[in-house]
Design a protein. Structure first.
Length: 186
């Protein structure tokens, strides 16, 4: 039996998961929006969200577990995914699980890894060929972080990790160019 590590307060985590057997988690726009409402309902009480990206068959989150909460953070993630699955099952007349279990979690322990992970999460749609420019992907926190729109993202803290808004944008562009150069060499 696999031992699942509990999510520890005050720690950063890369949370990610995908559909069972590669099944798409998000079939149409309203599914992405519904998933975000589930994050807001179940995850914000136990974690701060610093970055996210929703793709057709998987997602990535960078979160920091809150220090003072009365709920089990791991169970809240499970509730979030179960709630989303129930909605999808009802909408598309399907049954059974949607997400692989257990959901993947990796503790992030250094500032360098956190900043790299923010870029990696945002760059995912381009990496998977869903867009030619990750900055245009609607279901990522990139635009939410640089805009003045109200958002569930800890945008000020995310920007401060990279300096400020201008440095955040420059960091993403610099890594985008580096990634493109690596891809051309392959």
């Amino acid at each position: 039996m696999q031992v699942i590590e509990k999510l520890t307060p005050v720690c950063f985590y890369h949370i990610y998961n995908r559909g069972i057997n590669g099944e798409n988690l998000f079939k149409e726009k309203k599914n992405y929006a519904h998933f975000l409402t589930r994050l807001e309902k179940y995850i914000l009480p136990v974690a701060e969200i610093y970055a996210y990206c929703l793709l057709k068959n998987h997602f990535h989150l960078l979160v920091r577990i809150r220090e003072n909460h009365q709920l089990d953070a791991s169970k809240q993630f499970a509730h979030c995914f179960n709630s989303y699955t129930q909605g999808i099952n009802k909408l598309y007349k399907r049954t059974g699980g949607l997400f692989q279990t257990p959901f993947k979690r990796k503790e992030v322990t250094t500032e360098n890894y956190i900043t790299w992970l923010i870029w990696y999460i945002h760059a995912n749609p381009e990496k998977h060929g869903l867009t030619s420019d990750f900055r245009e992907w609607e279901w990522s926190s990139y635009y939410k972080i640089i805009s003045d729109e109200k958002s569930m993202i800890e945008k000020q803290l995310t920007l401060e990790m990279l300096g400020n808004k201008e440095e955040f944008i420059a960091f993403h562009l610099q890594n985008k160019q580096f990634y493109q150069e690596l891809t051309l060499e392959e």
